[in-house]
Design a protein. Structure first.
Length: 181
């Protein structure tokens, strides 16, 4: 079974890697994760949770293995209980990144990415009455991924980390599909 799937992937992936001058658009869905210290002090008052996140992206190939990409993302609503109180946060925004990759046996391309994310965080702390907090900013983002070419379509798996101010880790592990033209 694995051998048959591998052979199909090799045949379908014989399309060339992204060529310079090609545009692409797509979307991804996956698991988002947020971990932070609630009071921003060095204690064990930690907030962490996971939810479904998604992003819509588009880009332009500057070279065979170099692309520029922009995306809008929504990492869902992550909830946790801290000292018996409900805490939730929503993270969404946009990013711009460069990717650089290498071919893997004409079957796939592995890549790294780096850029900046413009983010907006809404948080709520329920302690008898809701206390709301909102923050925005611009910070570094980075990621790694693998994409499989199937003609003008590519399927990709990706792990991205958003280095948001006042957060220990904000990430998105996703699977997506894109169309290049």
């Amino acid at each position: 079974m694995f051998a048959a799937m591998f052979c199909c992937a090799v045949v379908l992936s014989s399309a060339p890697a992204t060529r310079a001058g090609e545009f692409f658009v797509g979307g991804s869905i996956g698991q988002s994760s947020v971990e932070t210290n609630v009071l921003d002090i060095d204690t064990s008052i930690d907030f962490s949770g996971e939810d479904t996140g998604y992003k819509l992206f588009g880009g332009y190939a500057l070279g065979r293995h170099l692309t520029f990409e922009v995306a809008v993302f929504d990492l869902g609503t992550v909830s946790d209980s801290v000292f018996g109180f409900d805490v939730s946060s929503e993270v969404y925004g946009a990013d711009a990144a460069m990717t650089a990759g290498v071919n893997l046996f004409k079957v796939a391309n592995a890549y790294i990415k780096g850029g900046f994310a413009w983010w907006d965080v809404k948080a709520q702390f329920d302690s008898g009455g809701p206390m709301r907090f909102r923050d925005t900013g611009t910070d570094v983002m980075w990621g790694v991924g693998v994409r499989f070419n199937v003609g003008p379509i590519f399927i990709r798996g990706e792990y991205e980390v958003f280095e948001l101010e006042n957060a220990d880790e904000v990430s998105l592990a996703s699977i997506g599909v894109a169309y290049r033209f």
